[in-house]
Design a protein around this ligand. Structure first.
Ligand code: TMP
Ligand code: ASP
Length: 237
């Protein structure tokens, strides 16, 4: 497979065309941003970890029956994925209060929920990714009713699976963000990444944060936290 011109550069990844119109190559960067790009920095080695971790987890999700965009890892930072058009929704599932949920509803962080929550934001940096509900997403034509129902079903199944994978390595899955895409034939598949950039991961015993909150909140030790998650999940690389 040949890597051709760059199609897109996001905050954490670049996307390249290939000689196959249905395949693109994702290239993971070490760049870290927070607060809609206002805070910028670098987490050295993050791109390699996020690439390998995403592929590992998407492989496990595929094996459990969740369709994903994953095709094949090409190098430490590069992966071939199915070309999709991204559904402009950020899909967030939460198991424990934290982040914007705690802030918005005035509760402390760390309260476990009886049932996971499911929320949608409009993926639109210009507007700051505003929270919306199903009827808003329909009104804006972001997805159909059937697509939203399928995305919700996948997101909750993915939560149950990821929670289990993390528990095996002594980590509580607090919350995470997913993005879905549509392939040329209209199939909805899991896209983007699953990494410490997009999940809150707390050590189950010490409650130490092993995710991007170390960068967002200037806690230090972001590199070490990403490496720790990687080591627990995949062993020494
Ligand atoms: P939040 O509490 O800030 O809404 O974040 C919920 C989850 O979504 C958390 O695990 C981090 C992830 N997330 C992203 O992946 N990208 C984003 O732009 C934001 C705001 C959150
Ligand atoms: N994606 C967010 C940003 O723009 C960062 C975050 O994960 O909080 O900069």
């Amino acid at each position: 497979m040949k890597k051709l011109e760059q199609l897109y550069e996001g905050k954490a990844k670049k996307v390249f065309a290939t000689d196959d119109p249905n395949v693109v190559i994702v290239d993971y960067k070490d760049d870290a941003t927070a607060f809609n790009g206002e805070k910028k920095g670098t987490i050295v080695g993050k791109g390699v970890i996020n690439n390998k971790m995403t592929n590992h987890l998407m492989g496990k999700l595929e094996a459990a029956g969740i369709p994903t965009h994953y095709i094949q890892q090409l190098s430490d930072r590069e992966t071939a994925v199915k070309k999709v058009s991204i559904v402009p929704l950020e899909v967030i599932v939460r198991n424990i209060s934290a982040g914007s949920f705690a802030k918005r509803y005035g509760v402390e962080e760390g309260i476990p929920f009886a049932e996971p929550t499911f929320e949608l934001s409009y993926k639109n940096d210009g507007l700051g990714d505003p929270l919306l509900n199903d009827s808003h997403a329909l009104a804006l034509g972001l997805a159909t009713k059937e697509e939203i129902a399928l995305i919700r079903d996948y997101a909750l199944r993915i939560n149950a699976l990821l929670k289990g994978f993390m528990k095996e390595i002594g980590i509580d899955l607090v919350d995470f963000k997913l993005e879905f895409g549509k392939t040329a034939d209209g199939t909805i598949v899991l896209a983007d990444e699953i990494s410490p950039d997009t999940c809150r991961l707390w050590d189950e015993k010490t409650h130490e944060k092993l995710d991007k909150d170390r960068f967002r909140r200037d806690l230090g030790g972001a590199e070490e936290a990403y490496e720790e998650v990687m080591r627990r999940l995949m062993g020494e690389q």
